[in-house]
Ligand binder design. Structure first.
Ligand SMILES: [Ca+2]
Ligand SMILES: [Ca+2]
Ligand SMILES: [Ca+2]
Ligand SMILES: [Ca+2]
Length: 455
């Protein structure tokens, strides 16, 4: 079970630097994935689309962000029993803007309905959500440019340069409801009424200041705005992840939204917004009155908040130095430094309650689960040159006995000379070996159970 948990979280974690120091290159959210294989249904839409455009010039577009990165989307958006189709493309012979061609299937064939000209050259995200709770989907298309105009006269530059257009789909017609700028968007039901709501975050930066704001918009049945509330967030340089869970506070149900972002060149941070499910009122448990203090969620590792143990509650990661630990790297000019434990905590009121600790080895693609009562009794030394992690007991404030070591081998090294290590795990990339010394602190089985590879 633990292995499954950790394999899943690595997709979310992406980068952590507990072993490799601090490096704050931004995540490559723009990394494209391979387009899905075109099914029979999509191929008929493709044919219909190609008959309406000049194939010689058209360039297909895929969303830069999101789960579905296809140029073709098919779903029955208005639930009339006939599929509706959306095709994303640009036609440089006309202009540079991305476009969406809308089709409907009449039971026999695809019919062209309309073409919407986008607000930028690229599609950032595409979502189909029911924002007014009538059972039909609304269409959320976000546009972006890969070359933001740095010579803009704006005092504050919007990080991400993304623009949301929200459409109602009615009798095959797309009616524009709203246009909004954002840095990171998150759509979910925040006030518990069953309809999706929109969370827009914006980071605006100028030479001497930055402004980070969040905004929650909810809609009435007729798609008019029900609530539109804007608020300050902890100041960030970028926002990279937004996620939510549901909690009971003071006998009342709340949706808690976790906003993860870049605090500075060397720190990452989480802010939290709570939305009451009875009256939509917002609260901010991490906004302290004291200005100038480092937020409690600040950390020097780029790790996202996540439900690490799948109990429905989100954990926020922070770091803790492992006493007596050491990282050795003969090729680095940096002084030897200590290793960090990642502490995963739940928010309780305004306090964080730790639920899980891990020693994270990004360089060698694995974690080791660090149990609570080991802190101050067990420590570790990582040698970056030999890729070895050695655990020791700590007695009377000094490093004492060697307990076990984990060594990372290339496949060929393992086959030719495994230095008498026992096999711990054989992954696609590496073979991990361990050498166990008889001791009263950690059993051989625990070494095996607590070792988790990441891909
Ligand atoms: Ca339909
Ligand atoms: Ca709807
Ligand atoms: Ca809602
Ligand atoms: Ca959890």
């Amino acid at each position: 079970m633990k292995k499954r948990i950790f394999t899943a979280i690595t997709i979310i974690l992406c980068i952590c630097f507990c072993f490799s120091g601090c490096d704050f290159t931004l995540l490559s959210a723009e990394e494209l994935i391979r387009p899905p294989k075109i099914s029979g249904e999509i191929s008929s839409l493709q044919k219909a689309f190609e008959s309406t455009v000049n194939k010689e010039f058209v360039q297909m577009k895929t969303p830069i962000n999101g789960d579905d990165r296809s140029s073709y989307f098919i779903l029955d958006i208005d639930r009339d029993g006939n599929d509706d189709g959306f095709v994303f493309y640009s036609d440089p012979s006309i202009d540079e803007f991305a476009r969406v061609a809308v089709f409907r299937h009449d039971g026999n064939e695809w019919k062209s309905v309309s073409v919407i000209v986008g607000l930028a050259e690229e599609i950032y995200e595409v979502g189909f959500n029911d924002i007014n709770g009538d059972g039909n989907y609304e269409v959320l298309i976000s546009w972006t440019t890969l070359n933001p105009d740095s010579a803009s006269n704006e005092t504050l530059t919007l990080i991400g340069s993304r623009i949301l257009t929200l459409y109602k789909f009615n009798n095959s017609a797309m009616t524009l409801l709203r246009t909004e700028n954002f840095t990171k968007m998150y759509v979910s039901d925040f006030n518990g009424d069953g309809a999706d709501d929109i969370f827009l975050s914006t980071v605006r930066i100028s030479n001497d200041s930055n402004r980070t704001r969040g905004r929650i918009v909810t809609f009435n049945k007729d798609c008019s705005v029900n609530l539109d509330e804007s608020f300050s967030l902890i100041g960030m340089l970028d926002i990279v992840s937004i996620i939510s869970d549901s909690v009971k506070l003071h006998g009342e149900q709340y949706t808690r939204i976790y906003v993860d972002g870049v605090l500075s060149d060397a720190a990452f941070v989480t802010d939290v917004v709570e939305c009451s499910n009875s009256d939509g009122k917002l609260s901010f448990p991490l906004h302290s009155e004291e200005s100038g203090e480092l937020p409690v969620t600040a950390r020097s590792s780029k790790i996202y908040s996540f439900d690490i143990n799948f109990d429905g509650k989100i954990e926020v990661p922070t770091l803790m130095e492992l006493p007596f630990s050491k990282r050795i790297d003969e090729n680095s000019e940096q002084e030897d430094n200590t290793l960090n434990l990642v502490i995963w905590s739940n928010l309780n009121g305004q306090d964080f309650v730790p639920v899980f600790k891990t020693l994270y080895n990004k360089s060698d693609n694995y974690y080791f689960i660090f149990e609570d009562d080991w802190v101050s009794k067990i420590t570790a030394v990582y040698n970056a040159n030999s890729s070895s992690l050695v655990f020791y007991s700590v007695k009377n404030g000094v490093i004492a006995d060697k307990l076990f070591s984990i060594m990372t081998f290339s496949k060929s090294d393992w086959n030719s000379d495994n230095y008498d290590y026992d096999l711990l795990f054989d992954s696609d990339a590496y073979v991990y070996g361990y050498k166990y010394e008889q001791n009263d602190f950690i059993s051989k089985q625990t070494v095996k159970d607590n070792f988790v590879t990441i891909s």
